[in-house]
Design a protein around this ligand. Sequence first.
Ligand code: NAD
Length: 358
Amino acid sequence: MTNFKIKIGLIGFGRMGRFYLEELQKSGRYEVAYICDLSEASRQLAHQLSPESQITDNENIIFDDPSVQAVALCALANSRKEQIEHALNRGKHVISEKPIADTVDREWQVVDIAENSSCMTTVNLYLRNSWYHNTIRDFIRSGEIGELAIIRVCHMTPGLAPGEGHEYEGPAFHDCGMHYVDITRWYAGCEYKTWHAQGINMWNYKDPWWIQCHGTFESGVVFDITQGFVYGQLAKDQIHNSYIDIIGTKGVCHMTHDFHTAKVSLHGVNETLELEKPFGGKNIDRLVTLFAESLESGKRSESLPQMRDSAIASEYAWSFLEDAHQHTLPAIGNLRTLEQIRERRRTMTNGYGLLHQR
Ligand SMILES: NC(=O)c1ccc[n+]([C@@H]2O[C@H](COP(=O)([O-])OP(=O)(O)OC[C@H]3O[C@@H](n4cnc5c(N)ncnc54)[C@H](O)[C@@H]3O)[C@@H](O)[C@H]2O)c1
């Protein structure tokens, strides 16, 4: 730990922006010089939570200030490419939310710009920074489960409903699902080869809000990913189901969490371990620490997710969604139920993936 503080500007002060502010403040390694948001309500909140920061609706003030060393970009995907471009052109390091742009073409343009810049860039593929996935990957690498063969990932919550926000981020399987597409590829350590996706147009909404995709990797490892924000949104008491199963030729790893605690079961040939630790949320504490360490040492941490990883995950998530559209896509339920869900979520204060109240 040094006394040197990284002067940073935060752009986009919604749900994620607030998480960033909290972690940047806690880390002690950053000076949050600016917070920018287009919404008046978000700016008022920023004044309250960070009175020492300059609050603005004009991002150019941040880009034009030569003393700002880095930006954290947490607005929506439609503004991300230009913001990354502006930041890098002005010599600022970038922590970006995912996806890194709103179309695949533009995401690859970002990768190009980032890889040709001398500034450091990273993206919040938060599962890569979780203790549970790193513990499991270390266990696999130690040979305890034999050869990696099957990766099964499931994440179903009564989360963000269609039409509530994040429209530029795409349907649930892209917006949230790209994390699972990414982490499955991270475990496999190679590229996807074949896939088949089945979706359902729940509530007769035009896009599937639940998808299961299975297939193979170049290595022969097989996968199945199930992701849906269609999990009992109108249940009196809400519940979710999130787990990962990693099956090898000899042993198996399992993880499940309740958003507070993550439980990892490692069943290897020599060792059986049952671990239980705090879930860690979006792991932004780890992201901003790795970023600060990388900037301070001038050597990029290998654990920092790359823009390229985000573009790849995003492109595959779109491909899997597209594949679901090629097969029978039943519609079950009606838009009236979806309206009831949105109505309920508008007034919820404690739920899954609620957008910030304006
Ligand atoms: N990595 C993760 O796990 C994760 C999780 C949730 C969301 N996200 C991503 O983070 C981003 C933000 O999500 P959120 O849930 O905080 O959304 P949000 O709607 O709560 O917040 C977005 C904020 O950005 C502001 N904004 C929009 N355009 C702007 C612009 N051009 N300049 C400045 N401010 C602008 C809005 O006024 C709003 O306050 C999304 O792109 C989403 O995909 C990532």
